[in-house]
Design a protein around this ligand. Structure first.
Ligand code: 8IG
Length: 275
């Protein structure tokens, strides 16, 4: 049984029904009944999409019910169905962020839709700030754990979900077979859209965080609640606030993504082929 069909509470049921509705439109638009793996490409990752597999179909999120229009430069709002060695991959180019103020359910709809489309694996990528001075812009980092610092829960009702091994150690080991040098980090999701203050970055360091961003953690929680296996990869696009002596800006994010695109696309294609 698809975990999306298991009744948890009325609110969750309503969200999952909307996801099934989105999934059925994705099936019509792509001609693919069931997808195996979903991947969300975040800031700086969209150029990498060109290197992932053979495209079966591409459409816009605006053609799919219950999805909202993208609001950020570098997030194109496209969905692709891609084939890698017979595996069907659902590629989301861009996501909805909490700071768009459409609510937490709008943020996690992408994950519920992936599950409703049959995906058992959720690959979440993002661009983020790094607290390790050795991670220069353009460094990919595997997410080994997270801190949800948004003050929001993406689950509804008395739905107790285990988050130990949230970011699958099996998938991380697979990534290390592809690229043994990949470092691992603890991702802290802030609400955004402002970047952190240097004092907040000190706090993050004291909490044990090494990556800061504005996405991913809420999505990972919902993916786990739906029984998916999760892989998270951050592209460090800037040193966290106060570390470089320079102010932060979104252009450097896009530039770091373009520069790292080839490496990231090849990495993703190899990992997906192994899953
Ligand atoms: I790209 O330094 C990117 N996204 N919160 N902090 C937060 N989000 C980010 C950052 C950053 N860089």
């Amino acid at each position: 049984m698809n975990p999306i069909d298991i009744s948890i509470n009325p609110k969750t049921d309503q969200l999952n029904r909307a996801a099934l509705d989105s999934a059925s439109t994705i099936t019509s638009l792509s001609g693919v009944d069931t997808h195996d793996i979903a991947i969300v490409l975040g800031s700086g990752w969209v150029p990498a999409a060109e290197r992932i597999g053979t495209q079966i179909a591409e459409f816009s999120v605006s053609e799919v019910p219950h999805f909202s229009e993208p609001a950020v430069a570098g997030h194109s709002g496209k969905i692709r169905s891609v084939d890698i060695n017979g595996k069907k991959i659902l590629v989301f180019l861009g996501r909805t962020h909490l700071y768009e103020e459409k609510g937490v359910d709008a943020v996690t709809h992408i994950v519920r839709t992936a599950a409703a489309s049959g995906c058992k694996t959720m690959i979440l990528t993002n661009g983020c700030g790094g607290l390790n001075p050795e991670w220069s812009p353009g460094t990919p980092v595997l997410i080994k754990d997270q801190i949800n610092f948004t003050g929001n829960s993406p689950l509804h009702g008395a739905h107790f979900v285990d988050l130990t091994d949230l970011y699958s150690s099996r998938l991380r080991a697979m990534c290390h077979e592809v690229d043994p040098a990949l470092p691992e980090g603890v991702y802290v999701q802030f609400p955004g859209p402002m970047y952190e203050t240097p004092a907040e970055i000190s706090m993050v360091r004291n909490m044990g965080g090494t990556l800061v961003g504005m996405s991913t953690a809420l999505e990972a929680i919902v993916a786990r609640s739906l029984g998916m296996e999760i892989l998270g990869i951050s592209l460090v696009t800037n040193l966290a606030a106060g570390m470089s002596g320079e102010p932060l800006n979104h252009e450097e994010v896009l530039q770091a993504g373009n520069d790292a695109a080839t490496r990231m696309g090849d990495l993703l294609a190899k990992i997906i082929a192994k899953i």
